[in-house]
Design a protein around this ligand. Structure first.
Ligand code: GDP
Length: 426
């Protein structure tokens, strides 16, 4: 750095304290390139734990390129994608799960996702895994003691003790595994299709949902070109509404959602909200739509309950559905019962979003699954009275599954694969 930077108040680089900023000039053979600020981070207190500095220039493509070239001429090297985070991991400042959370934060589409990423970066998952590992190590100590000093405990006491300890570990692993489904909901939202024949009240319901004070709405382009997907989060219920553009534009008759489109939307969705105008007898179109949806993931809404009703839960065609609620979209009555129903269907009340460690990464989930398989193997060996070293082998395999999550046991190949997913030099 001293080769290209001339500070206004020069100081020997070894004397500069970490976390300080120096004002001066980037120089090339005595010529000023730009007026800059240089931030110093001294080892070990830096992102990678190495000595680092950041140059704050006036920016602009030409100046940036000139400074970059000057750095390269003087011995600097360009960072590979993810190189800084990789160094932070290799130098032991963060574990692999934390490094992966940096990618998740960069790629996040919603606030909720960022929040989960930040929690993981803080080390929530790392702590949970460490806690489980400690339990396993405790279990292995018991086993080793019994191998070395067989007279120490009677086999029955030892067996009961091992069994209890294994159950505790298993329940911890299972709750992590289950949290993946919750994590997926947070990450991707519940893909929701609102279907129903024209005039049933789809756009009125949509407006009622979007008008909710507690609704946070993010619009982004859908997967197919001219569709719009909206991510609505109400009371922590994350809904990703499929193609609401067609519903909103009610004046345009051509835009009305036909039966084929409803079928496609319903198939794609995790949740179907099917709206029926309960002030009229069911029509052929209603029956058609009732027939194409899967009752398990459908909530039937009997709308217009402020009017005299001709349809109820027992009406033929609707009686096959377990989840039926009555609302008035126009008067905004009963909308809460819709949210309650959704919470119930997706076990959202069980998700403690603030404190629970939530797995959002497929790789972590697969490793937790493998750990559960190995633990079950150990349990089985114990039940079959197999030699205790066989049990120890399964437990060791399980420890290495957990080690792959945090990175102590991950192969170089896996580590390289993970860091190649960074698209920038962060
Ligand atoms: P869509 O074609 O399914 O989107 O239906 P709309 O939301 O446009 O509603 C069709 C008509 O029904 C409009 O005139 C709405 O004002 C009316 N409507 C919708 N929901 C209710 C309701 O709960 N009660 C009453 N009385 N009218 C409603």
């Amino acid at each position: 750095m001293e080769k290209i930077f001339k500070a206004k108040n020069p100081e020997d680089i070894t004397n500069i304290k970490g976390y300080t900023i120096k004002y001066g000039y980037i120089m090339d053979n005595g010529k000023i390139i730009d007026e800059v600020l240089v931030s110093y981070f001294k080892s070990p207190k830096s992102y990678t734990t190495e000595d680092m500095c950041e140059i704050n220039s006036h920016g602009g493509n030409v100046i940036m390129r000139n400074i970059l070239e000057l750095c390269l001429e003087n011995g600097a090297e360009l960072a590979e994608p993810g190189e800084f985070t990789k160094r932070a991991f290799l130098n032991g400042r963060i574990d692999l799960s934390q490094a992966e959370s940096v990618i998740d934060i960069i790629n996040a589409k919603t606030d909720r996702e960022v929040k989960e990423g930040v929690k993981q970066l803080e080390g929530y998952l790392k702590k949970s895994i460490k806690d489980i590992k400690n339990h396993v190590l405790d279990l292995m100590t018991n086993i080793e003691v019994s191998i070395d000093y067989p007279e120490y405990d009677t086999p029955e006491i030892l067996e009961d003790d091992l069994r209890n300890k294994m159950e505790i570990i298993l329940s911890k692993l299972k709750s992590l595994e289950k949290s993946f489904d919750n994590g997926k909901i947070i990450k991707e939202g519940i893909k929701t299709a609102i279907v129903g024949r024209p005039n049933a009240g789809k756009s009125s319901l949509l407006n009622a949902i979007l008008k909710e004070e507690r609704a946070i709405v993010t619009e982004y382009e859908g997967t197919t070109r001219d569709t719009i997907e909206e991510f609505v989060s109400i009371n922590g219920i994350p809904l990703k509404l499929i193609d609401t553009a067609g519903i909103r534009d009610t004046k345009n008759e051509i835009e009305k959602i036909g039966i084929e489109k409803s079928r496609k939307m319903a198939k794609e969705a995790d949740l179907v909200i099917l709206i029926i105008d309960s002030s009229k007898e069911l029509t052929k179109e209603d029956y058609e739509i009732l027939n194409i949806v899967n009752p398990k993931k459908t909530i039937v809404i009997l709308n217009k309950m402020d009017l005299e009703t001709k349809v109820n839960e027992k009406t033929e065609g609707i009686s096959d559905f377990k989840n039926v609620i009555k609302i008035s979209a126009l008067k905004q009555k009963g909308i809460d019962s819709l949210y309650e129903k959704i919470s119930e269907l997706f076990n959202l009340n069980e998700i403690n979003l603030e404190n629970e460690t939530i797995i959002t990464n497929e790789r972590h989930k697969n490793l937790i699954k493998k750990a559960i398989t190995n633990l079950n193997k150990a349990k089985e060996s114990l039940n079959k009275n197999m030699p205790i070293d066989i049990i120890a082998i399964s437990l060791k395999d399980m420890l290495s599954n957990l080690g792959e999550i945090t990175g102590e046991e991950a192969s170089e190949e896996i580590i390289n694969e993970i860091f190649s997913r960074f698209c920038l030099g962060k």
